[in-house]
Design a protein around this ligand. Structure first.
Ligand SMILES: Nc1ncnc2c1ncn2[C@@H]1O[C@H](COP(=O)(O)OP(=O)(O)OP(=O)(O)O)[C@@H](O)[C@H]1O
Ligand SMILES: [Mg+2]
Length: 434
């Protein structure tokens, strides 16, 4: 039976908020060591021991909290696992513990292989060290000898494109330069395990693509990747399994799209009813002629194939001739899925309106597939826009019952469900072509 390449058991990391730290992490201590003694680092075990150096901590604890608690999971060789969660959930801390940049407070993590980490800007490299020194630092942390690192050095510098700045402290790098070098290091030191923290957020589009492609290749070569990201598209396309962290604990671990769905349900602010008078999304220069918006649904959930009723209140201090209420529905990629017009569609709205009132729009059967959607609202009179509010409401569509077979139709398949009948057109006189 295959053996896990990463085993994490009951891992916990406690931080002391407001602590004064001399050397917060092993990396800080190593940076000090490299500056003082040059790159004479050979053996990883030396570093582990050297963390016990007594000058390491002068702590004045103010408050303690668990950034990670009761974390247990296993990763098999060749897996690519997405780690997701809200800001502060503990994702970076988990990668820092796994890459031995920081010690766990309790529990253990066993890693059977050479680890390279591409951590969030500010942790992967030490800011005070130059690009060159950081390459040696990273290699040393991976347990490589100075000679081994030297062999790879030119390749790394070449790939990163930061040759000119290689003897500049990385704190002077732009975030793009920094990430390029970090990526080059991780890609060329041939780790068995690659830990990647949110680098995609920093680079330009070409770099992001290169980075995603590289991670895919790393896995094809049988290596293992743990990938932290807020980009659900990238996580979903790269990873088979996902871990959802919430307040330092594992909330869900399993099939990646289920994990993402659990995350999205927990984070979305759904609002199907809004007072529009002081709405922050009203376009500049418009008075609040539309005053209230409300969808007849509970908890922000609407259902595919079921009726949906939307009410829009107005307050017109003057007569509005031929008012046109316009509602557009957008999916969560911002694509406008459909628009409804009060005057071009069947209606009984009078040709002019004044004072306070409410119009109701009834959709007989909602065609949207399960997913998240938002609504924008406009009021027109011929040739003139009178009110304009983007994103007035946010709601989810779900199945009430799975009445379209047992198949998991969802927003990964498109935005709307189109009914169709598939039939075998049988003609026994036709011979096979091949
Ligand atoms: N060195 C530290 N000292 C004290 N608290 C810390 C330290 N590093 C992280 N924390 C705290 O630990 C918690 C988890 O932080 P972490 O950086 O792991 O979150 P994250 O999931 O990576 O968030 P993000 O999505 O914003 O990157 C946060 O509350 C953070 O403030
Ligand atoms: Mg983080």
């Amino acid at each position: 039976m295959a053996k896990p390449i990463i085993q994490v058991k009951a891992l916990g990391k406690k931080y002391k908020i407001g602590a004064t730290l001399r050397h917060d992490t092993l990396r800080d201590y190593l940076a000090h060591y490299i500056k003082s003694y040059g790159c004479s680092l050979k053996n990883k075990n030396n570093f582990r021991n050297s963390e016990k150096y007594t000058g390491l901590s002068s702590l004045k604890a103010k408050r303690e909290f668990w950034a990670l608690k009761d974390i247990s999971f296993e990763v098999m060789q060749g897996e690519i696992i997405g780690i997701i969660g809200l800001n502060g959930a503990g994702k970076s801390t988990l990668l820092k513990v796994l890459s031995q940049i920081t010690e766990p407070t309790e529990g253990e993590s066993r890693i059977y292989g050479r680890v390279a980490s591409l951590l969030e800007v500010g942790t992967g490299f030490h800011p005070e060290l130059t690009g060159r020194e950081n390459i040696f630092l990273n290699g040393a942390i991976m347990g490589m000898t100075r000679a081994e690192i030297k062999k790879k050095f030119d390749e790394i510098v070449d790939f990163s494109g930061v040759e000119e700045f290689i003897d500049t402290p990385v704190k002077r790098y732009s975030s793009g330069m920094y990430v390029r070098l970090a990526f080059a290091v991780a890609a060329h030191l041939e780790p068995e395990i690659l830990l990647v923290d949110e680098v995609l957020a920093v680079g330009d589009a070409a770099f992001q693509k290169k980075c995603l492609g590289k991670m895919g290749n790393v896995v094809k070569e049988g290596r293992t990747v743990l990938f932290v990201s807020h980009n659900m598209g990238a996580v979903s396309s790269l990873c088979k399994r996902g871990i959802l962290l919430s307040k330092g604990r594992i909330k869900t671990i399993g099939e990646v799209n289920n994990t993402i769905a659990t995350y999205m349900q927990g984070t979305e602010k759904l609002s199907a009813s809004e007072n529009l008078i002081n709405h922050p999304n009203r376009a500049k220069g418009f008075r609040p002629l539309l005053t209230k918006f409300s969808m007849g649904i509970n908890n922000g959930i609407a259902y595919y194939g079921k009726p949906l009723e939307v009410k829009i209140s107005y307050s017109f201090d003057q007569k509005i001739a031929v008012p046109q209420f316009v509602m557009s529905f957008h999916n969560d990629c911002g694509v406008k899925v459909f628009t409804l017009f009060s005057d071009y569609q069947p209606n009984n709205i009078p040709n002019s309106l004044q004072g306070i009132g409410e119009v109701v729009c009834k959709i007989e059967s909602l065609p949207l597939l399960p997913g998240s959607y938002s609504v924008s609202l406009r009021l027109w009179q011929p040739g003139q826009k009178l009110d304009d509010i983007e994103n007035v409401a946010r709601f989810r569509v779900e199945w009430l019952e799975r009445d379209i077979g047992q198949f998991n139709w969802d927003s990964s398949l498109g935005v709307v469900y189109v009914n169709a009948y598939w039939q075998l057109h049988n003609d026994s006189t036709m011979a096979p072509i091949y």
